[in-house]
Design a protein around this ligand. Structure first.
Ligand SMILES: [Zn+2]
Length: 263
């Protein structure tokens, strides 16, 4: 198992790759300006697609459900972590079922919370094992992330609990990500709207941004933990849940799991 690739390391690698692309284009320019333009265009397109969570260039990503039915989905990334019990309590209080994109590493740390998610009717999906960025990773590494997460969730809550839906860390994907994800039988999920609750902007701000985003088919991105700091709580997200659920009710929206939204 290699070290998880951080955001900064990934950006440095991509910049280095883009510099190499520009050098190749400069060489090609002497022979064919058209070829040089094509090389620069491909390099720019690749970098754009890698860091754009919903872009279809590196494989199809589900970013919303059908707008025709009055349903939306709350999704929580990076857990289970210290705030997950309070999130589960708040959702139970509201009678709402959500989708948790768990990290395999965190499922190993808190297997009882994965069991609880499943027992309380929530959908458990995969966010990879260690939250490492996949942009520059090959298919073997991506498959390893999926397999290790499957094993962690199966050990925690039984086989068949993890649904085959995968959300890449930060939504960043590379050329090898889709091939590996598809061959392992997963569909790739993004989100309609993120409310940046990960920056702890205050419960009111999280609730207000969520209220604005909620609409038929919306997949709302929230966090029950932190992908890089497993001990960091998500108190603002916890505190915002009653208001988020109230906003959905006011808009006549039923909050369902991702699988139900996409069914
Ligand atoms: Zn994440």
């Amino acid at each position: 198992m290699t070290e998880p690739m951080t955001k900064n390391r990934t950006i440095r690698r991509v910049v280095a790759t883009e510099v190499a692309v520009l050098a190749a284009a400069a060489t090609a320019r002497r022979r064919s300006p058209l070829l040089a333009t094509a090389i620069v265009g491909a390099g720019a397109l690749g970098a754009w697609a890698a860091f754009r969570p919903g872009s279809p260039l590196f494989g199809p990503v589900v970013t919303r459900g059908p707008a025709a039915s009055p349903r939306a989905a709350l999704t929580f990334d990076d857990g289970p972590g210290p705030s997950t019990p309070a999130i589960l309590d708040a959702l139970a209080e509201e009678g709402v079922r959500a989708t948790f994109f768990v990290l395999g590493r965190q499922a190993r740390r808190h297997p009882e919370l994965v069991r609880r998610m499943h027992d309380e009717g929530h959908q458990v999906a995969s966010h990879g094992y260690d939250h490492g960025i996949l942009v520059m990773r090959g298919p073997g590494h991506v498959r390893d992330q999926l397999t290790r997460t499957e094993e962690a969730v199966a050990d925690a809550a039984g086989t068949g609990v993890l649904t085959h839906v995968f959300r890449a860390p930060h939504g960043f994907r590379g050329p090898a990500t889709w091939a590996a994800v598809r061959s392992a039988g997963y569909r790739m999920a993004g989100w309609t709207k993120g409310v940046f609750d990960s920056a702890d902007p205050g419960p009111d701000v999280v609730a207000e941004r969520s209220a604005r985003a909620l609409a038929p088919g919306c997949i709302l991105l929230l966090h029950d933990a932190d992908g890089w700091d497993p001990d960091r709580p998500r108190t603002h997200t916890v505190a915002a849940i009653p208001d988020i659920c109230a906003s959905a009710r006011e808009k006549g929206l039923e909050l369902v799991t991702l699988d139900e939204l996409l069914a």
